[in-house]
Ligand binder design. Structure first.
Ligand code: ATP
Ligand code: MG
Length: 577
């Protein structure tokens, strides 16, 4: 294929013309939402719709087990199992809008729970299996969980001790228990055996609540964001335009459903588009990941900067050791992806890594680099067709929109797109504070260049004000990462009377590099040369590892709290290393 033919083969062949002609209404008619019995129901669109077509024996999910052997679920098997589970929920009295939680690793029961719950019009909320008792309690409590699906081991370790504090939790279903343990603690297989595999999805309206997701807790206490069935339109269209799903594709989203990416893109988007998803049940391991990409002939791979940074550090040349010829699109989300990482992707895989930006609150990808569009390394790309993004100064009197290219401001999205959250659970005031007129304030700062590409600056909460400059930590971190001895860096502002805040960098050195004064001076010198003295860090501290959330985001607020001797705040999502 030559370059023009290749571009034409992408679902989004021409960004500008697609943006001009796009309407959410057209997407609704394409999915025939008005005509089908399930209507807007996500699980109908993701599963049942395909199980009655030529896709019925196509694989929906392929679970990769510890020994890398596959466990397969076709669309028709997934329809049966999710219908069975929907009937289980019915028999247990679950009503529309009530919440069903999961606390499990990436096992089939989690995925069946998600889709079966959606079928009944109850609300599904996934939790990371590694959460300890307190974070689990907080979330079950806030979400008023009626049913929890988990494993025997997690029940014993985490849930059992919480039962008394969770009076509204009616049933706990254990995925690996042979027989019911009590009237409350039930066996998944027993319940499933007794349930019928026929389930008629009740009429579902676009505004019916569907999913509850807790944010990553990077800037504070995680918020419970509520999404409705209509969000599926965003999942569908971003699957087409950004992930470039085509029939027959094999897709691997490495995220756990405990983080919104692992649900929107680890479950819904690929299914709605009728492709096959790989789900690895193990944690990150560079050689395993490369082996999976090769063995499964993965076409589209969606991962995160934290994993990419780890792969970059290993200095393996993947294409020399593995046959990765099937890979067509690689994408990243969750944190800024440095220009260096984009170029590393190009060098290592022959294709650039496409960065895209979104949040738990937006339910799906909002700003992206598209396979057909030239990539500007370091940029998040352009807003999805159907999404309006803008930059503004937020003042007491309202919004001052920024028109000049290159000037930074608050990143805003125009309300009215399908997957925008409908609530922060039990935090109404906080929810309303996110909106000014018809705009949603994302809490991030960005700039836009003269060609319309957006560039991430930082979270409004993380911005460092030093000697009259506004410095985004990411900008400093990316430059530091280019120093040959540095493996990772995290940057904060430390209050300092004369200049407002002082830029301080916490640095992880590559193995074998000396942590001495000379190295500190060398790093400061390097930073001054590349960034100028106003922005370069004035203080360097060596640390063994950078604290991160479970979704791989740098927890700068934790470093800052420690630096200032303040309470650490919520650490429920802190990754234990
Ligand atoms: P909390 O809201 O609890 O502090 P969080 O914001 O990290 O946690 P998520 O919703 O998982 O929770 O993350 C969304 C945020 O992640 C965005 O607002 C942005 O700050 C950051 N982010 C996501 N993708 C990108 C990207 N491609 N480039 C830069 N930042 C990104
Ligand atoms: Mg956030």
């Amino acid at each position: 294929m030559n370059a023009t033919e290749k571009k034409a083969a992408y679902n989004l062949a021409d960004y500008n013309s697609e943006r001009t002609s796009f309407s959410w209404k057209n997407i609704e008619s394409k999915l025939e939402l008005g005509k089908t019995k399930g209507g807007y129901n996500i699980a109908h669109l993701a599963v049942d719709r395909h199980a009655n077509t030529s896709l019925k024996s196509t694989l929906a999910f392929r679970f990769i087990q510890k020994d890398r052997s596959p466990q397969d679920y076709s669309y028709s098997r997934l329809k049966e199992e999710t219908s069975r589970f929907a009937n289980v929920l019915r028999s247990l009295g679950i009503q529309k809008g009530e919440t069903v939680f999961s606390l499990a690793g990436r096992i089939p029961a989690l995925y069946i729970t998600a889709l079966g719950t959606l079928k009944t019009t109850a609300v599904f909320c996934p939790l990371f299996s590694v959460f300890g008792p307190e974070p689990v309690f907080q979330r079950l409590h806030k979400g008023e969980a009626k049913i929890l699906v988990t494993t025997s081991a997690l029940y014993e370790k985490t849930v059992k001790q919480l039962e008394e504090r969770l009076p509204f939790l009616r049933y706990i279903i254990l995925s690996d228990l042979e027989e019911h343990q009590s009237g409350k603690v039930l066996s998944w297989s027993r319940l499933m055996k007794e349930a019928s595999s026929d389930f008629k999805i009740p009429p579902t309206s676009p505004e019916d609540p569907a999913l509850l997701h807790f944010t990553s807790g990077t800037t504070g206490m995680p918020k419970g964001t509520l999404h409705v069935h209509k969000a599926v339109l965003t999942h569908y269209i971003t699957g087409k335009f950004v992930l470039d799903f085509h029939q027959g594709d094999l897709f691997w989203c490495t995220a756990d459903p405990g983080w919104v990416t692992g649900t929107s893109y680890g479950i819904i988007a690929p299914l709605v588009n009728g492709v096959t998803s790989i789900i690895d049940q193990e944690e990150f391991d560079a050689m395993r990941w490369y082996a999976i990409l090769e063995e499964q002939k993965v076409n589209i791979w969606y991962t995160a900067p934290t994993a990419i940074r780890r792969l970059m550090r290993m200095e393996i040349k993947p294409r020399e050791k593995f046959n990765l010829g099937a890979l067509r699109v690689i994408l990243s989300v969750g944190e800024p992806l440095s220009a260096e990482a984009v170029l590393w992707g190009e060098h290592s895989f022959g294709i650039p890594i496409l960065d895209n930006w979104w949040q738990t609150e937006t339910g799906g990808i909002m700003i992206a680099n598209y396979p057909s569009m030239p990539v500007r390394p370091g940029s998040m790309g352009k807003p999805l067709p159907g999404i309006e993004a803008a930059l503004a100064e937020v003042t007491e009197d309202g919004l001052n929109f920024i028109k000049e290219p290159g000037k930074q401001g608050h990143l805003l999205l125009k309300k009215g797109f399908p997957s925008l959250f409908r609530d922060y659970l039990h935090e109404e005031e906080r929810y309303h504070k996110c909106f000014t007129g018809e705009w949603y304030l994302t809490g991030d700062l960005a700039k836009k260049d003269s060609d319309g590409y957006f560039w991430f600056i930082g979270r409004a909460d993380d911005i460092i004000k030093t000697s009259g400059h506004m410095v985004g930590p990411f900008e400093v971190e990316s430059t530091l990462m280019r120093h040959p001895a540095i493996a990772e860096a995290a940057v904060i502002g430390k209050p300092e009377a004369s200049i407002g805040e002082l830029v301080k960098a916490f640095v992880v050195l590559k193995p074998g590099e000396p942590t001495n004064e000379e190295m500190k001076l060398d790093i400061i010198g390097f930073a001054r040369k590349h960034m100028g003295p106003a922005v370069a860090p004035k203080e360097i501290e060596f640390i063994a590892s950078v604290p991160k959330t479970r979704s791989g985001k740098i927890l700068r607020r934790l470093l800052k709290a420690r630096e200032l001797g303040l309470p650490e705040g919520d650490t429920s999502t802190l990754e234990q290393t």
